[in-house]
Design a binder for this molecule. Structure first.
Ligand SMILES: [Zn+2]
Length: 462
C-alpha cells in the first residue's frame, strides 16, 4: 500500500495541477470510443469524486482541474467487467482471494460479478471497503451463496428441498442484500429449480444459472431466468432430441456427460434459431466462458507449470487446482477427444448466438478449483477467445462492459462513459477496435475517480 501511495504521488507531480479548480480530475483530449456505435470523439472528461460530471468536445482553452491527464492520442473505453468470477475456498484461502482484487484492477477490470461461493461475509466487506475507497479492487456485484439441492457440490450453497426451503433461501439472500440470484445444478430437482426461478422473478430478483438436464431450456426461459451460465444448456436447447434426452436424464438411463455427444450430434439449425430467437425476445443473456473451456479441454497439450501467475498463489490455493487436473489425467482418450470437439463446437455456438442478436456476457469463471484460470488475465483471455470465435473487437468489448450493466439493471451508473455515471475508465495507448490485444496496452486506469497509472498497475502484479 505504501508503494502504491508513493507511486501515486510521483504520478500526480508529473501531470498538470491547478489551484482552485472546480473539478478533481480531467481526462483531456482523449479519443472516446462508443463501443455500441464505434464512433470516436475527441473529448474532455471532467470528474468529481467518483463520478463523471461533464463530457465536452475537446477544447484547449479553459481546461481546469486539480489533476489533468493528457490523453492526446490515447483511446478511452469503460473499465472492463468480468461477468463470472468466484471468491471461494474457505477461510484458509482468504488471502489469495483478497489478492485477486488487486489483480482485477491491474488488468483494467473495474467490475466483477461474483457467481457464488463460500466467502459471502468477506465479499460483502470487500464490496463496501472498495466502494469507500479503503481497498484497491473492482466494484463487486455478488450472488452471495449459490442455490442448489441437498448435499450440493459447492460449499456454502443454500440447499433447496421443497417450497418452504425456497422461500427461506430467498429470504436469506434478501437479508444479505445480494445483487442477483445464482442457481446451480449439482443436486437440485427439476421442480425445485423451476419454482426457485419463478419465485425469484416474483420477488424482483435478477437470476442466472446452470440448468439441470432434467428440465428443458424452454421451461427455464419461461420460468424467468435472466442469464444462462456456460453453453452446455444452450446446446441442449438446440437439439432436435431435447425432449427424449431430458426423459433419459429424468429416468436415470442417461448421465450429463453421456448426453453431451448426443446433443451435439442432434444439433438442429432450425431448432437452434428458434431457441436463439426465444433467448433474444426474452432478453436472456448468455455467458459462453470460452477461455476456461479451452484451458480445461487442452490440459494435455498446454504445459502450465511455467505460468508466472502460479508463483503468486499459495500452496493451499494451488492444491484446489489438482481435482480437475487429476480427473483429466484419469480420463480416456475418447473422453478427451469428445471434450476437445465439444470445445470447438462451443466456439461456433458463441459466434452463432452473437450473430443471432443474443446478448453475451464475457466471464472467466476464475477462482479456486478452476485450474489455471487466473483472476484478471483470464478475462483478457475470454475477450481474445470471443474475437477468435468471430466477434468483432467492438462486439467482444460490449460483452465486457455495457452488457454486464444491462443484465444487472445497473445502466444508470455503470457500463458506459457518460455524464453522471461512475468514473471507471480505461485509457489505452492504442485503439482496441483495431486489435483486441490493445486492451493490454494500458496507459492509465481510472476506477471510481481514482487514478492508477501503468506504473502503479504493474506494481500491483508483484
Ligand atoms: Zn462458475
Amino acid at each position: 500500500m505504501k508503494k502504491l501511495l508513493t507511486l501515486s504521488l510521483i504520478w500526480i507531480s508529473i501531470v498538470s495541477c491547478q489551484k482552485n479548480p472546480d473539478f478533481d480530475l480531467l481526462i483531456a483530449n482523449g479519443n472516446l470510443i462508443n463501443l455500441e456505435t464505434q464512433e470516436i470523439t475527441k473529448s474532455d472528461i471532467y470528474i468529481n469524486n467518483d463520478r463523471i460530471v461533464t463530457i465536452n468536445a475537446a477544447k484547449e482553452a479553459d481546461r481546469s482541474a486539480k489533476t489533468i491527464i493528457d490523453a492526446t492520442d490515447k483511446f478511452l473505453i469503460p473499465g472492463l467487467w468480468d461477468n463470472h468470477v468466484h471468491f471461494r475456498g474457505g477461510e484458509q484461502l482468504i488471502k489469495d482471494n483478497e489478492w485477486f482484487l488487486s489483480q482485477y484492477i491491474a488488468n483494467g477490470i473495474t467490475v466483477v460479478r461474483d457467481a457464488g461461493g463460500d466467502l459471502t461475509p468477506m465479499v460483502k466487506k470487500w464490496q463496501q471497503e472498495i466502494e469507500d475507497h479503503e481497498r484497491v479492487g473492482p466494484t463487486i456485484f455478488t450472488s452471495g451463496p449459490k442455490i442448489d439441492g441437498l448435499h450440493p457440490t459447492w460449499a456454502g450453497s443454500l440447499e433447496i428441498d421443497g417450497k418452504e426451503s425456497i422461500d427461506k433461501a430467498l429470504d436469506r439472500l434478501e437479508a444479505i442484500g445480494v445483487d442477483y440470484v445464482k442457481l446451480y445444478d449439482s443436486k437440485i430437482s427439476a421442480s425445485d429449480y423451476i419454482s426457485t426461478l419463478q419465485k425469484a422473478e416474483e420477488r424482483g430478483f435478477v437470476s442466472s444459472g446452470h440448468m439441470p438436464f432434467t428440465v428443458t431450456l424452454d421451461q427455464t426461459i419461461d420460468a424467468g431466468i435472466d442469464a444462462v451460465e456456460h453453453l452446455y444448456y444452450i446446446l441442449k436447447g438446440c437439439s432436435s432430441m431435447e425432449a427424449e434426452i431430458t426423459q433419459g436424464l429424468q429416468d436415470g438411463s442417461l448421465g450429463f456427460w453421456d448426453a453431451l455427444p448426443q446433443l451435439q450430434n442432434t444439433y438442429d439449425r432450425d431448432v437452434a434459431y428458434t431457441t436463439f430467437s426465444k433467448l433474444k425476445n426474452n432478453s436472456v443473456f448468455v455467458v459462453p466462458t470460452l477461455h476456461i473451456g479451452k484451458t480445461l479441454s487442452y490440459l494435455d497439450e498446454q504445459d502450465h507449470n511455467k505460468d508466472s501467475y502460479l508463483s503468486k498463489l499459495s500452496d493451499e490455493f494451488k492444491e484446489t487446482y489438482k481435482g480437475r487436473i487429476k480427473r483429466f489425467e484419469n480420463s480416456s482418450q475418447k473422453a478427451r477427444d469428445d471434450r476437445k470437439q465439444l470445445d470447438q463446437f462451443f466456439v461456433k455456438l458463441a459466434y452463432e448466438l452473437n450473430k443471432a442478436g443474443v446478448s453475451l456476457l464475457a466471464g472467466s469463471d476464475a477462482g479456486a478449483y478452476n485450474s489455471y484460470v487466473y483472476p484478471g488475465p483470464s478475462l483478457i483471455g475470454e475477450l481474445k477467445a470471443l474475437v477468435n470465435a468471430g466477434l468483432t473487437p467492438a462486439e467482444a468489448l460490449q460483452t465486457a462492459t455495457v452488457n454486464g450493466a444491462k443484465f444487472l439493471n445497473k445502466e444508470t451508473d455503470y457500463g458506459t462513459i457518460e455524464e453522471k455515471k461512475m468514473a471507471s475508465i480505461l485509457i489505452l495507448e492504442a485503439n482496441p477496435l483495431h486489435h483486441i490485444n490493445n486492451i493490454q496496452r494500458i496507459h492509465t486506469l481510472i476506477h471510481l475517480g481514482k487514478v492508477y497509472p501503468k506504473l502503479v498497475l504493474d506494481s500491483l502484479k508483484n
